[in-house]
Design a protein around this ligand. Structure first.
Ligand SMILES: Nc1ncnc2c1ncn2[C@@H]1O[C@H](COP(=O)(O)OP(=O)(O)O)[C@@H](O)[C@H]1O
Ligand SMILES: [Mg+2]
Length: 252
């Protein structure tokens, strides 16, 4: 049985999509059948894999219609990696979902054969704790939290952890934290080293050993529509996500 991992943090720009896309591609590169689900109406993960924003089937059709998530998955162009693309229409789900009783569990109900088909399913969440992220956290077995290695890193994490506890209590007792991944680390600055120390001190056991450096190749890969392991396989960014993939796979 595969695991479903939500990549979540209500802050924008912390590296959720970069992590979902490149971790997904790295796990797939090791030969594991992997699914990336774009749950953000901004469609960044969809575009980062070279797809258009308005193709069908898409994740909105799964949430609002009859299709299961497994039935909505299409090949991504990367071997062993499938994707459920997003569409700007998904923004409507933020308004529509709360009108439906029990809407927190819709994605979970619609997983279909996802866990039979894919060893790893990554859910790229939007930058909020709204209905789409809640659906992801209810459908997930684990959550990966990207934490940008900057001054305000810890700000917002308490709120996120409160939300995770609430969801564990009320909606998804199986949910655990796979780990926090430090992103955009600039080793030349003392600030980055201090933030890393602080986060590891606050959350011993929870922080992945891997640290993702700030890396130009990682930032530019989406404009080529491919993950960094294809765009710049020798880059530090590529090495970091391959290392993270090993950690995630080892933790199951
Ligand atoms: N390690 C990194 N090095 C350089 N640029 C990065 C790195 N991680 C993310 N970025 C860039 O930072 C921006 C925000 O990252 P993104 O993954 O889209 O964050 P989120 O999905 O949390 O909003 C994007 O332009 C992305 O390309
Ligand atoms: Mg994103």
């Amino acid at each position: 049985m595969g695991s479903v991992l939500a990549v979540a943090n209500q802050k924008g720009g912390v590296g959720k999509t970069t992590t979902a896309v490149n971790l997904g591609a790295s796990i797939a590169g090791a030969g594991y059948p992997t699914l990336l689900v774009d749950l953000d109406p901004q469609c960044n993960a969809t575009v980062a894999l070279g797809l258009q924003k308005d193709i069908s089937p898409n994740v909105y059709e799964c949430l609002s219609g009859e299709l299961t998530l497994a039935a909505t998955a299409i090949p991504s162009g990367i071997e062993h990696l499938h994707i459920v693309p997003s569409t700007p229409e998904l923004a409507g789900a933020t308004v529509e979902l709360p009108r439906i009783a029990g809407s927190e569990g819709i994605l979970r109900e619609r997983l279909g054969a996802v866990k039979e088909r894919y060893l790893f399913t990554l859910l790229d969440c939007p930058p909020s704790l709204g209905p789409l992220t809640v659906n992801a956290l209810v459908a997930a077995d684990k959550v990966i939290v990207p934490v940008q290695t900057e001054y305000f890193a810890l700000e917002g994490l308490a709120q996120l952890l409160d939300t995770l506890s609430l969801i564990q209590r009320e909606l998804n007792p199986r949910l655990t934290i796979a780990g926090m991944i430090l992103t955009m680390y600039d080793g030349r600055t003392r600030l980055a080293r201090e933030v890393e120390r602080e986060v590891r001190e606050h959350f011993p056991e929870l922080v992945f050993d891997t640290v993702v450096p700030r890396n130009v190749r990682l930032g530019e890969a989406p404009s080529f529509g491919v993950p960094v392991i294809q765009h710049a396989p020798q880059s530090a960014g590529s090495a970091a996500y391959l290392k993270l993939a090993k950690e995630v796979a080892a933790r199951g």
